[in-house]
Design a binder for this molecule. Structure first.
Ligand code: GDP
Ligand code: ADP
Length: 197
């Protein structure tokens, strides 16, 4: 494996996808996005094969049975998400660093598997009221889905101390700059450089 692994986790609505989209515009970071597979339906302007590989329950199960996942989780009841081995190979084999958006359990499993070749960054919302506002103004989820995601946020935030580092997404440009700095430090000097920052 040439490229390293950058893991971002956060409660739904914190801004992971927005931060990753900005980071992908910075060519000096040499990032390739790990396109996860999911059994949930596309929402908003999401595109199959770009945002996710959208699979039926049966297709997802087939890939589990075929050993195609590095990890997978049922993040919300009845909805599964997973990282494909083929995505890890596609990106790291090309020399780019693999950036992935996974839930807290997936993040810790990937850290366990890849050790110091992976950095786990927890993105923290400024507070729960802001998180709720972001989820509502994103306008992609039903009230019930938003409630379900908010209900899980405190549980997810409890995992933050197990991550290598935490970044608060208050001002977006500041958070993007902070994550970018950490990725540069990790890529150049290794995990110790990030844990100390
Ligand atoms: N374990 C795991 N979690 C994933 C993967 N892909 C996405 N997730 C997580 O699934 C959760 C829901 O993602 P999504 O439905 O896109 O909602 P969002 O977080 O509101 O954008 C988030 O916590 C993601 O980080 C994956 O491949 N593996
Ligand atoms: N720092 C920020 N300040 C204000 N709004 C933000 C910020 N970061 C993200 N957002 C907005 O919050 C919503 C949720 O962001 P998103 O990237 O979809 O979150 P996630 O991928 O973590 O679920 C989006 O509408 C996005 O534009």
């Amino acid at each position: 494996m040439k490229g390293k692994i950058i893991i971002l986790s956060a409660p739904s609505g914190t801004g992971k996808s927005t931060i990753i989209t900005s980071l992908m515009q910075e060519p000096d970071l040499h990032l390739g996005f790990s396109i996860s597979a999911t059994s949930r339906k596309p929402r908003g302007a999401e595109v199959n094969g770009k945002d996710y590989f959208f699979l039926s329950e049966e297709e997802f199960q087939k890939k589990i049975d075929g050993g195609e996942f590095v990890e997978w989780e049922e993040v919300y009841a009845g909805t599964r998400y997973g990282t494909l081995q083929s995505e890890v190979e596609r990106v790291t084999g090309s020399g780019s660093h693999l950036i992935m958006d996974v839930d807290v359990k997936g993040a810790l499993n990937i850290k366990k598997r890849f050790g110091n070749d992976a950095v786990a960054i927890f993105v923290m919302p400024p507070d729960i009221a802001t998180l709720e506002h972001r989820l509502r103004s994103r306008g992609t989820d039903s009230a019930e889905t938003i409630e379900r995601r908010l209900a899980k946020a405190e549980f997810e935030m409890g995992f933050a101390p197990q991550f290598d580092t935490v970044v608060v997404n208050d001002s977006l440009p500041r958070a993007v700059a902070e994550v970018a700095d950490k990725i540069r430090a990790f890529a150049t000097c290794g995990i110790e450089a990030v844990c100390r920052r």
